[in-house]
Design a binder for this molecule. Sequence first.
Ligand code: NAD
Ligand code: TYD
Length: 354
Amino acid sequence: MSILVTGGAGFIGSNFVLDWLEQSAEPVINLDKLTYAGNLENLRSLDKDSRHIFVQGDICDCGLINQLLQEHTPRAIIHFAAESHVDRSIHGPADFMRTNIDGTFILLEAARNYWKSFDNTAKHQFRFHHVSTDEVYGSLLPDEPPFTETSLYQPNSPYSASKASSDHLVRAWHHTYGLPVTTSNCSNNYGPYQFPEKLIPLIIANALAGKPLPIYGDGRQIRDWLYVADHCTAIRRVLEAGQVGAIYNIGGWNEMTNIDIVQQVIRLLDTLRPDPAGSYSRLITYVTDRPGHDRRYAIDARKIEQQLGWRPAETFATGIEKTVHWYLNNQDWVNRITSGEYRTWIARQYGDCA
Ligand code: NAD
Ligand code: TYD
């Protein structure tokens, strides 16, 4: 038995692969294109582990996917691979449409052709798990209830529209062809190995470098935040016991404004690695808002709790402390990935504020 993971060299995918192989003897075939966001260094501890089979390749390459399925006969596909950064999707949406929509379509078709040759028992046991986001539901007003699995799809950014499209394809491949799929829609993750273009690792990296901490607009936008290891546990639980065709919302019961997130990171840094010039809060810089910036996301995660018994193990206080420690202890990792392409991105996105 084995599983096929796509995007397993990215932030959540690499955390998932590491967790998986810590808890199970079952091999992982890890298909990742290694875009700017993919980093084999995240998986270095598996270098000599024969249970980890890494394949550099594109989910849009149907020949390669067919070959991997025939060769390794996985019992499940867990699909993380995506272009994932909203700001990049605003500057250049084409890659998002190609990977997130076309790529998911190609993967679904390969999975369907592979799965349809199975006998009935194997057909029943196979799973295609699609990893998606709460951003597909659009933006909430301050007094609206959190997103449930039946909330309307109202994506507002090129990223969320591409993820919404992929969710629809997954749904249709189940409804029309009977492919045994599950989908999870999760809130903002944070933790080890997150690329420092996303809010929390960007703030840590910039503070330590004495650079401005860019806050979009008024900083009062709200997100729900989940420690990445909790997301991995939830996906494993869905894979184990999730109902075929079902959607599960995954969240941390932890709505916070961006400015509160930044202040909490600063408080930890001020204690653990004091700012020679006083407090890192001096670096907070309000910058032009993101176009079409969603004001509030919030997740109602009662379904996965009630049906599958999953709840996050970390609170934001415990998760963010682990995260800040990890970044302080892994400055070399940050330094290596924040060269080259990263610098070009930061200059383009933040201009003078970089
Ligand atoms: P990430 O950008 O860190 O990693 C994406 C990975 O996919 C990278 O390793 C990249 O090389 C790979 N990839 C990109 N295009 C590919 C292609 N065409 N073929 C093969 N591999 C390709 O993303 P992440 O934050 O780890 O997100 C993983 C998944 O979880 C995504 O589907 C994302 O939409 C979803 N998600 C993310 C969050 C979050 O807060 N980060 C929250 C909810 C859902
Ligand atoms: P991000 O980490 O990009 O995740 P997402 O857009 O998927 O929620 O951003 C999280 C929030 O932080 C979002 O409301 C945008 C905001 N933000 C800033 O204020 N400044 C920044 O430099 C970045 C990257 C994000």
